[in-house]
Design a protein around this ligand. Structure first.
Ligand SMILES: O=C1O[C@H](COP(=O)(O)O)[C@@H](O)[C@H](O)[C@H]1O
Length: 222
């Protein structure tokens, strides 16, 4: 893992947007379409707005959320909605492949999402977020379904139920996420930085971010 510390959150935002744009540009040189996997949550929102005007052939980019809360696409906790509003509606004319399917529950919905995500693999560029509990995507420590999602033979998407989160989730699984040609993590605040340092010495079941540390570029600002 390579930690890149930025002087403030504005510098972090610009650096992460530039890093993703460069990585996508490289991917578009060798693939007909590049697949960009993005987190939800609050941390990446300014990055999506900064990335939207990047001069990329967005029509050849497919965006997929790394995880989803099992809520309707217009719900304010929907990760797809967050990505659509802050990246695609801001000018990045990429195709968004959602993980949520109307009318299905999380288990059947994860199976349906797996069929949509499988043809997109390997991912070209993966941006990860992380919680202070060391979860990434919706790979939460202590979650029902975590062992299955960490299994190397897992399907691309599985349902997961974590204690202390308000709704069921679906998540890209470890094999789908680590298929990425290029991966970066963005974190803010000393609590997340300390959690990331702790993760390196914990079992992956207690600190799922640990599964991604090898070769990861970590962008950080206080
Ligand atoms: O619940 C989630 O949390 C993580 C971290 O979110 P943040 O608000 O602390 O930035 C996020 O990466 C994940 O996609 C999201 O569903």
């Amino acid at each position: 893992m390579k930690l890149i510390e930025h002087p403030d959150r504005e510098a972090l935002t610009l650096a992460v947007a530039q890093d993703i744009a460069e990585s996508l540009g490289m991917a578009l040189k060798t693939r007909e379409r590049a697949v960009l996997c993005l987190p939800g949550g609050s941390t990446p929102v300014p990055v999506y707005k900064a990335l939207a005007p990047a001069p990329l052939d967005w029509g050849r980019v497919v965006v997929v959320p790394g995880d989803e809360r099992w809520v309707a696409p217009d719900h304010n906790r929907s990760n797809a909605r967050l990505i659509r509003r802050n990246l695609i509606d801001e000018g990045a004319a990429a195709e968004l492949v959602p993980l949520y399917t109307e009318g299905l529950g999380p288990d059947a919905g994860a199976a349906a999402a797996s069929e949509r995500v499988a043809p997109l693999l390997p991912l070209s560029v993966l941006l990860l977020g992380m919680g202070e509990d060391m979860h990434t995507a919706s790979l939460f420590p202590g979650a029902a379904g975590l062992a299955a999602a960490l299994d190397p033979s897992a399907p691309p998407v599985l349902a997961i139920t974590a204690p202390a989160v308000p709704e069921p989730r679906v998540t890209l699984t470890l094999p789908a996420l680590i298929s990425a040609t290029d991966a970066l993590l963005m974190i803010t605040g000393p609590e997340k930085r300390a959690a990331l340092e702790r993760a390196a010495s914990l079992p992956v079941e207690d600190a799922p971010i640990r599964a991604f540390l090898k070769g990861l570029r970590v962008h950080y600002a206080k």
